[in-house]
Every structure is written in C-alpha cells, then in structure tokens.
Design a protein around this ligand. Structure first.
Ligand code: HEM
Length: 468
C-alpha cells in the first residue's frame, strides 16, 4: 500500500539561493571528468540511488566550470517539471547533440525536438495514435505473436529479450511502415541500438578517428538512412492510405496546409522505431523474469487467462476482462521502468522544492528511484501486482508512478504499448511458462535509454499442457 503524504521534510526549509547538497564538484580536469563519467555510466542506477540516500530529494552536481546538474526523485518535483512548469523546460542538450547525442540518429523527431516545432509535429502525429486507429493493429499484434510462438517447443532455450525485441520490432515495422520484418527493417533496429550506446557511453576519441566503434557507427547510420529514404520515395510515388503510421505522416497537413518534408518524415519514423520497440520489449522481458521468480503471481495470471480465454489466443475484446494481466505489467514497469531517467534543461530560473534551479541547468528526473522509494511504496522491492488493483490505486500518490511520464510530453504511444504488451503477455502466458535457463548468469540491468537486461535473458520454454 502506498503512503499519501508526499511532502518532503528534507528540503522544505532550505534557503532559496543555496545549491542543494550533492557529491563534490567535478572540476575542469579532463582526467577527473573521465574518471567520474566512467564511474557514473558504469552503474548509474546505484550511483544515483546512493546520492538520493545521502543527500535527499534534490541532488546537485557541479560539472566543469559552470554546468549545474540536478537529480530529482520526488513526485512533487516530477509534477513541477513535467506538468506545472513544463513550458519552462526543454529536452536536455545532451539529447540534441547531433554528433554524440540521440539527435545523431533521431534527428529532430518528437523525442528530441522542442517548442513550436515539437508542438506542430505532435499535433500532426497525434491522430495516428487515436484509439480507433491503434485498435486496428490488435490483430497484427496477435498474428505476429502467434508466428513467434510457432518456433517455440517445450524444453527449448530462448533468449527472451532477443525474441521480445524481434516481436516488438516486427509489430512496429507492420504498424508504422506496413512491411514485414526484413534485413532492411533490422538495419533500422541495429542503428538505433548502436547509437543508444554512443549516447549513453563514454567515448574519449574524436569522432573523425576511424576507431572500430566509429566505423561501425558510420556504417549502420548510412545503411539505415538509405533504407528509410528508399521507403519514403517509394511510398510518395503511390499516394494511398495503407492504414499504417507512415501513410498518416505522408498525408498529414497542418493548419497552413503544410505537409512534412522527407527529412521530417525520416526523423519521425526513426524516432517511432526507437521509442516504440525497445521500451515495450524490455517491459515484457522484465515481466517474464519476474514471473519466473514468483510462481504465485504466475499462477494467478494463468487462472485469469484460462478462465477468460479457455486456451484460445486473446482478442482486443478480451482485454477488458483481463485486469490482473494489466496489473502484472504495471507492477513490472514500476520495478523496471523502461524509461528510467528523463533529462531536461531549465529555460529560466525555476523554483523546485524551495531551491532556485538556475537557467541553463540540466535536470534529471529519476523514475527508477521514485518507483523504488519506500515513502510511496510499501516493500518497494517486492513484486506485488495487486498494488495496482483499482481499489488500492486510490491511495497511491498521483505522480509516484510514471512509466509513461506525464504532462504535455507524455508518451504518445502509451495506449499502443499497453494494448500490445497485454496482448503479448496474454498470448504467450496462456500457452507457456518461462523459467531461467541453467547457466544464465545473474541478470544485471543495463540502463541505456531503455532499461534492459545486460546480457539478454536466457530462459527455458515450458509448454503449459506438459507441466502441471
Ligand atoms: C512500455 C512501453 C513504453 C514506455 C515505458 C514508454 C515511455 C515513454 C516515456 C517515459 C516518454 C517520455 C520521455 C521524456 O519526455 O523524456 C516517452 C515518450 C515518447 N514515446 Fe513512449 N514508451 C513506450 C512505448 C512507446 C511506443 C509503443 C511508442 C510508439 C509507437 C512510443 C513513442 C513515444 C514518443 C514518440 C515519445 C516522445 C513524445 C513527445 O515528446 O512528444 N512509446 N515514452
């Protein structure tokens, strides 16, 4: 059960113009910066949890001569940044760095853009995510899940993370581009993964230097851009609505009758590929991992699925009769939020929790820390899907659970993802249970833009008709 009072006594009486406490400043010495960077990127979740424990809800770090970086984990502060003062924040410059940041691969798509340009694009793209439009994708989601399951048999060992990535990639390829998964679509996925590592890792070499990693980046970037450019050219020639998102992007016009250029469409497609495939795949992977360790939760899930589906694949209409299936996913995304951190830059001096955050500072919203905080979650490390039973959700502080964020920049694919994840979980769990494979090393989290299991997730498939 969650606690309702979210007012933090730690920061309430601090003077306004001090910097909040935090780790010692990291000076201008490049070696010291590198050492610090390696320590944080090596284990960001634990390093940051340690800071919150030591310094409180607002942690301040001075990096270099003038960069002020803040780390926040309190629901009220999420509300300030994402909702109440959302217009005073932009995405962090680290996202927009066209050489080493996400913008190198995503360009100026919905995730990386800001201001009036972002508002226009969001308005143009929003209709593609209307309930009726996405409900039409349910059958494809089930068809592709059944296709995956055809290659599973009792006793087989599979890398579940890899298979969930394949499945959600096949689903975005079909729903965004109306194409089956091919070597070409896999090129987009490969590029997206390579550039996440670039954006979240430490690379001390200048980009012009032909290191193996830089050469790989150039190769996958070019391969991906060629695939997407060819797709757009081909589809512009035949102007028809094929029911996919690309048709909507190609046909959309704003109030001034302006459509999108090829570059804008390219950026939005790649953005939707990144945002729409890894997040859902990781949410599902962590769910299989948790179910394998909680047979009592798994049993309750199976009971619900068996009584509603009677061994048949799920349909969209079944979802409203599968509340526990949804609660299992919600709780899994609390423990392993696929987007574990969100970064912003303050456009003006902004007051948060009694402190003035100076204009230009970077603000990091740590969803992982908030989802594991014992002030809002009783036994925060335990997997208890019943927390999300509607009767119990009433007691939950509103902003303490934000896997899809909140406010104007809330995930545009929220309903799409929840429909997809519920259908996949129901279709797979009604036929199979998954257990950790012998020899699977202990599962570590790798927090890139999405929180993923570091070395995949090797599991054994057990057919439910063979196991009691
Ligand atoms: C379990 C699955 C998913 C989770 C947990 C998730 C989570 C999030 C979060 C937290 C954000 C806000 C990031 C920020 O502001 O820094 C976001 C934004 C976004 N998501 Fe998702 N997402 C999921 C699935 C999807 C899917 C399936 C799509 C599309 C097919 C999608 C498309 C986007 C886009 C385009 C944005 C940027 C929206 C904007 O800023 O206007 N996401 N997502």
């Amino acid at each position: 059960m969650a606690v309702t009072d979210t007012k933090s006594p730690i920061v309430a009486f601090k003077p306004k113009h001090d910097f909040p406490p935090g780790p010692p400043p990291v000076g201008t010495n490049p070696l010291a910066q590198l050492r610090f960077g390696l320590r944080v990127t090596g284990d960001p979740l634990n390093v940051m949890l340690g800071w919150f424990r030591q310094y409180g809800d607002i942690v301040h770090l001075q990096f270099g001569a003038a960069a002020h970086v803040y780390f926040l984990a309190h629901p009220d502060h999420f509300h300030t940044v994402l909702v109440e003062k959302a217009d005073q924040f932009h995405k962090s410059p680290s996202y927009k760095d066209e050489k080493r940041g996400l913008a190198r691969i995503l360009g100026n798509g919905l995730v990386t853009s800001d201001g009036d340009y972002w508002r226009r694009q969001r308005k143009l793209i929003q209709p593609a995510f209307h309930a009726r439009r996405i409900e039409a994708y349910a059958e494809e989601m089930i068809r592709l899940t059944r296709h995956l399951l055809q290659s599973w048999q009792d006793g087989k060992t599979v890398d579940v993370n890899d298979r969930m990535m394949w499945l959600t990639l096949a689903i975005v390829a079909k729903t965004i581009l109306d194409t089956d998964i091919t070597a070409d679509t896999e090129k987009i996925a490969e590029a997206v993964t390579v550039f996440q590592r670039l954006a979240f890792g430490v690379d001390i070499f200048p980009l012009w230097m032909p290191t193996p990693s830089h050469l790989k980046q150039r190769r996958v970037e070019k391969a991906m851009n060629d695939v997407v450019a060819a797709l757009i050219t081909q589809r512009r020639k035949v102007a028809e609505d094929r029911g996919d998102l690309l048709s909507m992007l190609l046909n959309s016009v704003d109030e001034d009758g302006q459509g999108m250029t090829d570059k804008q469409i390219r950026d939005e497609i790649v953005t939707l590929f990144l945002a729409g495939h890894e997040t859902t795949a990781n949410a599902l992977s962590w769910t299989w991992y948790l179910l394998a360790q909680h047979p009592e939760v798994e049993q309750k899930l199976h009971d619900e699925l068996d009584s509603v589906l009677h061994g048949k694949p799920p349909t969209l209409a079944d979802l409203k009769h599968l509340p526990y299936t949804e609660q299992v996913l919600q709780e899994s995304m609390r423990l392993y939020p696929p987007v574990w951190n969100m970064s912003r830059q303050a456009l003006a001096d902004v007051e948060i929790g009694g402190y003035i955050i100076p204009k230009g500072s970077e603000v990091n919203l740590n969803t992982y820390a908030m989802h594991h905080d014992s002030r809002w979650w009783e036994n925060p490390e335990r997997f208890i899907p019943e927390r999300f039973h509607p009767d119990r959700q009433i007691n939950m502080p509103k902003m303490a659970y934000l896997p899809f964020s909140a406010g104007p920049r809330v995930c545009i694919g929220n309903s799409f993802a929840m429909m997809e994840a519920r259908l996949i979980l129901a279709a797979v769990a009604s036929q199979y249970r998954l257990r950790m494979a012998d020899g699977q090393p202990s599962v570590k989290m790798e927090p890139l833009i999405a929180l993923r299991p570091q070395n995949g997730l090797s599991m054994i498939v057990r057919s439910r008709t063979h196991v009691g």
